[in-house]
Write a protein that binds this ligand. Structure first.
Ligand code: NAP
Length: 246
């Protein structure tokens, strides 16, 4: 159980982040649902959690903005008195072949997916060190490990998340803080809804378990890493990908 824990989930208005927020709240955590543009969707997640008897709040913050993340985390610590779990889930894609990829598309993906995780972690760790406890869980991706044509920016950002995870895990382990990554395969969300049926079929053929995953499968892995059961696990990558990477 995560009773009395304060959890922040970035990008929790939709998809995997939404499922993570609902799961952590179901285990007793008070969950701060972060979003960037989708205020209505974030409010729906809060309503859903409250309907199920949990505690939640919504907060807007663009994770690619260093100063905004400073204020975002500081406000949470001021309002809740502590911060126990940080899930860096916010992410975007801007796919395209390298020869046609603009600098803007490369930067946008790196700024949200990799720097976003750095920004929130940078400020959350300060509070977790004070508490001498904390859990940080970063969303990477199967393509951060294996690469993927048409996703040089996204794969680089998700490989970077793995390096960030391991470096910070080593830095903060002595303070009772664990830092781990979850690497989903192909999961049914808005992000993958853009793929054509033909592409989905060809990806499914490469998944040993045969189908795309559900956001709840990823949420279960995150909840495990946030729980007491994972107290001796840090700097690891948990693959939730139907066996794509072995
Ligand atoms: P999604 O359905 O597209 O949702 C993305 C979420 O990120 C939304 O809540 C969005 O908020 C938020 N977000 C985007 N930019 C943001 C920013 N600058 N600041 C704050 N929040 C921001 O994506 P998803 O499929 O659930 O993916 C969630 C995470 O899992 C991502 O890191 C993704 O890379 C990773 N992942 C996904 C898959 C997959 O197959 N779906 C596979 C591997 C890894 P707004 O709605 O407010 O914009």
């Amino acid at each position: 159980m995560l009773t009395e824990k304060i959890a922040v989930v970035t990008g929790a208005s939709r998809g995997i982040g939404r499922a993570i927020a609902i799961k952590l709240a179901s285990l007793g955590a008070a969950v701060i649902i972060n979003y960037n543009g989708s205020a209505d969707k974030a409010a729906e997640v809060k309503e859903e959690i409250e309907r199920l008897g949990g505690r939640a709040d919504t907060r807007q913050c663009d994770v690619s903005d260093f100063q905004a993340c400073s204020a975002f985390i500081q406000d949470i610590v001021k309002d809740y008195g502590r911060l126990d779990i940080l899930v860096n889930n916010a992410g975007i894609t801007r796919d395209g072949l390298l020869l046609k990829m603009s600098e803007e598309d490369f930067d946008a993906v790196l700024n949200t997916n990799l720097k976003g995780a750095f920004h929130t972690t940078r400020f959350a760790v300060r509070q977790m060190i004070r508490q001498r406890s904390g859990r940080i869980i970063n969303l990477s991706s199967v393509v951060g490990v294996s690469g993927n044509a048409g996703q040089a920016n996204y794969a680089a950002s998700k490989a970077g998340v793995l390096g960030l995870t391991k470096a910070v895990a080593k830095e903060v382990a002595s303070r009772g803080i664990t830092v781990n990554a979850v690497a989903p395969g192909f999961i049914e969300t808005d992000m993958t809804a853009k793929l054509t049926d033909k592409v989905k079929e060809s990806i499914s053929a490469q998944i040993p378990l045969g189908t795309f995953g559900k956001p709840e499968y990823v949420a279960d892995a995150v909840a495990f890493l946030a729980s007491d059961a994972a107290c001796y696990i840090t700097g690891q990558v948990l693959h939730v990908d139907g066996g794509m990477v072995m």
